[in-house]
Design a binder for this molecule. Structure first.
Ligand code: GDP
Ligand code: CA
Length: 315
């Protein structure tokens, strides 16, 4: 059976890596958020795509979750000395990827083709697609009335401003790249990674046509919350700022009516009944992925649970 996997950065990449150990490149492709993309030092940077790509290639920095393992930071340090903006801490090897991508984009090559080529050059066999080749930009409107491009909110301001609204500028004019569209259409199952629902998955769902495709698939989400907390990043903070109860039930409801099932942590097992009441089937297990072994174990359970739901809905 064929799986389309929706992912953001760090949380998404962990599960993607686990899934890739069970599913062949014919049976799995990843559609990645590009709402975080931005220009820095004249380079076109795709933080979430790179995180997924580096994780699959096994060259990710395991301490941060993003960037390249054992990278050096000479370029950024020297730029800092020269008085250039350096708030986005990017390594030297990582910059090589940004140079290549920016050169190819300037030559008119679509982002999806560039990613396919780069990912292959890094040794990856599973396809990774940007959610669209057209730019979609996530903006955060704060309680103070400021409008911030996503990376300014996330990296420069360490997601401290209170979020009032999240916008995906340009999404109306975006579309899935052709190959991503074909892969999604032909898959029976869709896995929504434990990425931030509001700023990593929602941008993908905002691309016209994506929700419609999901309507005909067996969709399973994995919770990014464990025991009412995020493992990393602002998901829980954003939820409370938007007036949403911080719970796995809220995550399940957020993905209604798209998902058939949700995978939650043993710490949240008291919410299974509430989730079932929403018409969503919960599956309880240990969903923290501190290492590749845990990624693989969870991925195997997610695959089995999804196939089981698919068979039940087809019966
Ligand atoms: P970003 O784009 O780098 O911020 O990454 P994502 O949106 O893909 O992932 C961020 C989310 O991943 C956060 O809400 C985390 O709680 C979640 N996350 C990170 N590590 C884990 C993990 O090991 N297990 C689960 N279930 N969620 C995780
Ligand atoms: Ca991201």
């Amino acid at each position: 059976m064929k799986f389309s996997v929706l992912a953001g950065g760090v949380g998404g990449a962990k599960l993607v890596n686990g899934l890739s150990k069970w599913l062949s490149p014919d049976d799995m492709a990843v559609i990645v958020n590009t709402g975080d993309d931005f220009e820095f030092l004249g380079f076109y940077i795709c933080p979430d795509i790179d995180t997924v790509m580096y994780n699959l290639a096994g060259i990710n920095n395991p301490d941060t979750g993003y960037g390249i393992k054992d990278d050096t930071f000479n370029v950024i340090k020297n730029l800092e000395k020269l008085g250039t903006e350096s708030w986005f801490h990017i390594g030297d090897s990582d910059i090589a990827n940004q140079i290549k991508r920016t050169m190819q984009l300037n030559a008119g090559i679509p982002l999806s083709d560039i990613i396919e080529e780069t990912s292959k050059a890094l040794g990856n066999t599973h396809l990774i697609f940007p959610m669209s080749n057209e730019p979609v930009r996530t903006w955060v409107v704060t309680n103070e009335g400021e409008s911030l491009p996503f990376q300014e909110y996330f990296v420069k301001r360490h997601f401290q401003p209170e979020v009032k609204q999240i916008l995906f500028k340009g999404s109306e004019e975006s579309k899935l790249p052709k190959k991503a569209h074909e892969f999604m259409e032909s898959s029976q199952l869709v896995i929504i990674c434990p990425s931030n629902p509001y700023v990593s998955i929602d941008p993908i769902l905002s691309v016209p046509g994506v929700r419609e495709i999901l309507q005909n698939k067996t969709v399973v989400a994995v919770s990014p919350l464990i025991g009412g907390k995020t493992v990393k990043g602002p998901a829980a903070k954003i939820m409370s700022e938007l007036g949403i109860e911080v719970s796995v039930t809220s995550i399940a409801k957020h993905y209604q009516p798209l998902i058939k099932g949700i995978v939650i942590d043993t710490q949240d097992r008291q919410e299974t009944e509430q989730i079932s009441h929403c018409g969503i089937i919960p599956y309880v297990t240990d969903i923290l992925m501190p290492d590749t072994q845990a990624q693989e174990r969870l991925a195997g359970e997610v695959i089995n649970f999804s196939i089981q739901l698919h068979k039940e809905s087809a019966a």
